[in-house]
Write a protein that binds this ligand. Structure first.
Ligand code: FAD
Length: 462
């Protein structure tokens, strides 16, 4: 007899069936393991009866990946323990159900820094961020979650527990590369290969200081020139300058934040770049003296440039940055009943292709005469988000046609259709643009070998 409790009351279960994409999910039951042995028992039982399992974190996914398609929802919210912190070797081992921001805060209090910073860090779990390979504004300097994952404990569909560790050897010629480091395969696997029950990540030393900044520009092209020149010139000339964030607001984004901003946003600004720069106390003047002439040379509206040194101002800048996706999420939610909602892209291209891609995406977006997209976010990584609000199903269809064409161009420029949110259920139609069918079939074969009854997160990715 199973010892776990299945919650079948649909009044409760329905509350866990969708995620931030509003994708319509459904399930028979909700189950809340408290530890790995609970997960093993649940998964074994489900597998023996071929019952689908969708593992959920805090359901902030924007792709429908956390929306179940039948079966059981495995809620990781009870698995919240920090199991080990090693401040000498700088790593932490924790369970998946802790809010990411809480984990990061706890580490900071010990002088340790966990670099990945999805904008949703106060809305997503540690485990969810691993299963989606989340990234954020600081990815410009630090890269995405994947880079920091040292080891994972994973429960497979059979109930077997795998302990995977990133190899530390410098040479290895045995096997296909992804299999030499199975940690890499589970990071970003969107719940399709197993349940992640324990995570070890690399920490860094807490940066001494940082300042936030916001530079305004009169045209979007000048803004993009500025971004490209950060890599081409600024980083080359001043090795001390390593901005950790380089984030875009277009003019719609500026309109969204204007009402909440205590900073002056100049009327003539058509776009802005939010950036963050770390520094050692004694290097402050040198670092600032690198940035200021660069801003001037690259046509920022210098008099209105914001440099935020105080924690309160820095927090305000980050809150303004967060306001854009939150606002769009709420706006989109208003039209879901009519078959509309938010349609957002998640593509990225190599930075030297960003002008070409933005010109093309803007031209296509203008073809949707009904709505202009809001364009914002990780431009430093060649990764702006285009967000359209469709008021009904007909508008959504028209917008999706534009997104299809955009994705095709992205791939032809050497980019990706999904730089940080994954594929889930709502981006599956774009997958064919990125990989040939043989590669997709190899991924499916891997899933089939680890999950022969296809119970893990059905409907995600493929
Ligand atoms: C306002 C807003 C801003 C956002 N900003 C960003 C951003 O800047 N960067 C970014 O990358 N994302 C962003 N997102 C998307 C989302 O927050 C991230 O994808 C996040 O990592 C998902 O974490 P979660 O705990 O909510 O996972 P969920 O949404 O619950 O699940 C996501 C996927 O992970 C799987 N999963 C969750 N936990 C486990 C586990 N323990 N084992 C196996 N599989 C698991 C699920 O099955 C699902 O496939 C944003 C979302 C919102 C709403």
């Amino acid at each position: 007899m199973p010892t776990f409790q299945l919650i079948t009351d649909q009044d409760i279960v329905k509350g866990f069936c969708t995620d931030s994409s509003n994708y319509p999910g459904y399930a028979d039951a909700l189950v809340r393991p408290g530890c790995v042995s609970d997960v093993v028992e649940i998964v074994k039982e489900a597998n023996s009866k071929k019952i689908p399992i969708t593992t959920i974190g805090n359901r902030s996914s924007l792709t429908g990946s956390a929306a179940a398609l039948g079966g059981w929802i495995l809620d990781t919210s009870q698995m919240t323990k920090i199991l080990e912190v090693d401040s000498k070797e700088k790593f932490v081992i924790a369970e998946p159900g802790m809010m990411l921001s809480d984990l990061k805060k706890t580490m900071l209090e010990q002088g340790l820094f966990y670099a990945p910073d999805p904008t949703s860090e106060k809305e997503c779990f540690f485990g969810g961020s691993i299963a989606t390979n989340a990234s954020g504004s600081r990815t410009f300097k630090y890269g995405s979650t994947r880079k920091y994952v040292r080891a994972l404990e994973v429960v497979l569909a059979s109930g077997e527990v795998l302990n995977l560790r990133r190899p530390e050897i410098e040479k290895n010629t045995f096997g296909y590369l992804p299999f030499q480091n199975m940690v890499e395969i589970f990071v970003g696997s969107e719940g399709t290969l197993g349940v992640i029950t324990k995570i070890e990540v690399q920490l860094l030393t807490k940066p001494e200081n940082f300042f936030g900044g916001m530079a305004f520009f009169k045209t979007l092209t000048e803004t993009l020139d500025f971004v490209v020149n950060i890599r081409k010139e600024l980083l080359q000339q001043f090795p001390m300058i390593t901005p950790r964030a380089v984030e875009l607001f277009d003019h719609h984004g500026l309109s969204i934040i204007r009402p909440d901003s205590t900073f002056k946003i100049p009327k003539e600004a058509q776009a802005a770049i939010f950036f963050e720069q770390e520094y050692k106390t004694e290097e402050f003047e040198t670092v600032l003296n690198g940035w200021l002439p660069f801003l001037e040379k690259n046509k920022a509206i210098v008099d209105d440039t914001i440099i935020a040194e105080q924690p309160k101002q820095q927090e305000e800048l980050r809150m303004l940055r967060h306001k854009v996706p939150s606002f769009l999420f709420e706006e989109g939610g208003k039209y879901v009943k009519e078959g509309g909602g938010k349609v957002s892209t998640d593509w990225s291209v190599p930075i030297n292709k960003i002008h070409e891609m933005v010109d093309y995406a803007d031209k296509l977006a203008k073809e949707v005469k009904i709505v202009e997209p809001v364009v914002y976010a990780h431009i430093g990584n060649g990764h702006p988000h285009y967000n359209f609000i469709a008021k009904n199903a007909a508008e959504k269809k028209q917008i999706l046609e534009v997104v299809h064409k955009t994705c095709q161009r992205v791939v032809s420029l050497g980019g990706t259709i999904a730089a940080e949110h994954g594929i889930g259920k709502i981006k599956k139609d774009f997958v064919k643009y990125q990989y040939p069918s043989q590669i997709i079939n190899s991924m499916k074969a891997l899933k089939q070998s680890l999950d022969p009854n296809a119970i893990m997160a059905p409907g995600n990715m493929f």
